[in-house]
Design a protein around this ligand. Structure first.
Ligand code: NI
Length: 392
């Protein structure tokens, strides 16, 4: 059974897939989305929308005003690609060496353009305004903040967005109320000791031994200081010190990432990191510098908006194709919008019909997207906007 929303979207499938493939062939890194933004603006101009370009870098914002008065509801897509060498062998694979749409933001852009086309065709019956937000620089957790600073959310009552998920078959959608994706903080630690001969440690202050103790101690934040029912991850992803086997170096440098699933836990972690690093450095006669750099909040879906999305999903593809989202510590800067206005983010299945759980994941050089999700995503976003504005 096919819903009206989906039936309207099917004739657009070919056009949207062509846009997606063009973007896939010509991916642009975060902060460099110039051609992508130009394509988006061209497509939106065809619909006669009021368009703002250059919003927070290469961001594009367009308003579709319905014939009837009402509030403003925003739909958002991200546009940037990743510094990955594509290995899919697709006929429309990236022509830019070392740059790939390995997170499917090409599809997100095409999907939101599709929603704009669907909604523009029904503007005479629309109650209120739909704002389309095409965001740059999601992969570096920067785009949402600068677009908000540039006014992208001004006057917006609610916001909705999606991310494709290759381990969920196309045709299925996953969401939930409350937290759905983790917070992201960047961690940087510099340890300064006193270098010297590896055979004469008593005349040196060894930053490597100190750094090693710190790496282990940081693991006790999750295991000893937080409740087992409050998930958190502290990962040290780089540790650099020394060049020679018989020399104690002067410095050690570490970087890491901190993930949590609750804003209160996120707020409580920097003090713990700083205390452990400083006291352990002191115990080892080293000097320490710690920087916990706030990047992305926990992505928390608002209950009423999650319910609205669930109803839209059920009305578009049937409740049997809606599943509860599996929580992930991966981050997504859509969370920044949700700190300011209510809304909901959901996963759009983009995997194969069979054995999707074995598909290459997001950010993999062999990641491929099942394009069946593109017209479906467009129909869903359009349906969500109509419902959020109070229906026809
Ligand atoms: Ni992504």
């Amino acid at each position: 059974m096919m819903s009206d929303a989906l039936r309207d979207a099917m004739p657009l499938a070919e056009e949207l897939i062509a846009i997606r493939r063009h973007l896939h062939r010509h991916p642009e890194l975060s902060l460099e989305e110039k051609e992508t933004a130009a394509l988006v603006a061209r497509e939106l101009a065809k619909l006669g929308l009021g368009i703002r370009t250059g919003v927070g870098g290469h961001g594009v914002v367009a308003d579709l005003k319905g014939a009837l008065p009402g509030k403003t509801v925003a739909l958002r897509a991200d546009m940037d690609a990743l510094p990955i060498q594509e290995e899919t062998g697709l006929e429309f694979a990236s022509e830019r060496p070392g740059v790939m749409h390995a997170c499917g933001h090409d599809a997100h852009t095409a999907i939101l353009l599709g929603a704009a086309k669907l909604l523009a065709a029904r503007a005479d019956r629309l109650r209120g305004t739909v704002r389309f937000i095409f965001q740059p620089a999601e992969e570096i957790n920067a785009g949402a903040k600068v677009m908000i600073a540039a006014g992208a959310l001004d006057g917006v009552a609610e916001i909705y967005g999606l991310h494709n998920l290759p381990t969920l078959p196309a045709g299925k959608v996953a969401t939930c109320a409350g937290p759905i994706m983790g917070s992201v903080d960047r961690l940087e630690i510099d340890i300064e000791g006193r270098g010297g001969h590896g055979a004469i440690p008593d005349q040196c202050i060894d930053p490597i031994v100190c750094a090693s103790q710190i790496v282990l101690a940081l693991q006790t934040i999750a295991s000893r200081e937080l409740s087992p029912f409050e998930p958190a991850v502290v990962t040290i992803g780089s540790l650099k010190a020394g060049e020679a086997n018989n020399v104690i170096p002067h410095r050690a440098e570490m970087t890491g990432t901190i993930r949590t699933f609750d804003p209160r836990v996120k707020a409580a972690i920097p003090e713990r990191v700083e205390r452990l690093v400083r006291k352990i450095a002191l115990a080892h006669r080293c000097r320490a510098e710690v920087r916990v750099i706030d990047q992305t909040p926990v992505l928390v879906n608002h209950a009423a908006n999650a319910r609205l999305v669930e109803e839209a999903v059920d009305g578009t593809i049937g409740a049997a194709n809606r599943v509860a989202a599996v929580p992930t510590m991966a981050g997504e800067d859509f969370a920044v919008y949700l700190e300011r206005v209510p809304g909901c983010f959901f996963w759009l299945g983009s995997g194969p019909a069979e054995r999707a759980e074995e598909a290459y994941g997001l950010h993999h050089p062999k990641y491929v997207l099942n394009e069946d999700c593109i017209p479906l995503g467009a129909a869903l976003l359009a349906n969500i906007a109509v419902r959020a504005l109070g229906g026809f």
